[in-house]
Design a binder for this molecule. Sequence first.
Ligand code: NAD
Length: 256
Amino acid sequence: MQLHGKTALVTGSTSGIGLGIALALAEAGANLVLNGFGDPTPALDHVRATGVKAVHHAADVSQVEQIAALIEAAEAAFGGVDILVNNAGIQHVAPVEDFPAERWDAILAINLSSVFHTTRLCLPGMKQRGWGRIVNIASAHGLVGSAGKAAYVAAKHGVVGLTKVVALETATLDVTCNAVCPGFVLTPLVQRQIDAKAAGGLSPEQAKHALLAEKQPSLEFVTPEQLGELVRFLCSDAARQVRGAAWSMDGGWTAV
Ligand code: NAD
């Protein structure tokens, strides 16, 4: 129970990768603040079944004042945030000249600016308590580009850059900041891209294979459980000197 007594806040943790990470941290003993849209009951039940305490706050992380309310709720429930996992994210695929300006603004707000706001609000408490771990869920698209994903690629490159700055500003403390860069994970965010391919006449299995074959040499999806294990490691004492990293878990995507 390496994280017993710690509190973890995972944004966007009612489903997908965020829930996988929340479960891994709960299994290590951390109390959890979940966040995200939809009915939180299944995620809360799942996390509480590990024996830790968990609450949910429905803040929309595109709104600065709602982020402040989320951090305040975490402090009220558990006394502070020791582990901050910035995971909430959305996607939109379109060529630059057709990219809706409103989608650009939303992706930058949710995928990048929210990371700045949660970090600036949680860091003072981490410094005061002398311990903290910040893990930002970036993407292979934080390291390389793909056609059609202007806002997502720009935001995720921004997350990798922000991660380096926060790591340098906390370098002499037991507070670390790292990014994780997953390849394709089979979540609703990616299922929508598979459905778009299947609409072109492929079977669901062919569409999955086609998506992987474009980018991911292993031809297998990364799983939320694998990402949870990596985040748990980054929160451990053994990872104290891992600082400012952009850690790939992408089936070889960025090795080519
Ligand atoms: P998902 O769509 O399954 O889950 C996203 C979560 O974020 C949900 O809980 C949703 O409710 C929440 N969310 C969305 N908008 C929000 C908002 N404005 N405020 C608060 N919560 C909000 O997505 P996922 O695939 O699990 O993605 C999680 C993270 O991993 C994202 O940052 C994504 O960019 C990143 N990522 C995903 C993949 C992949 O292949 N799925 C690959 C690399 C990186």
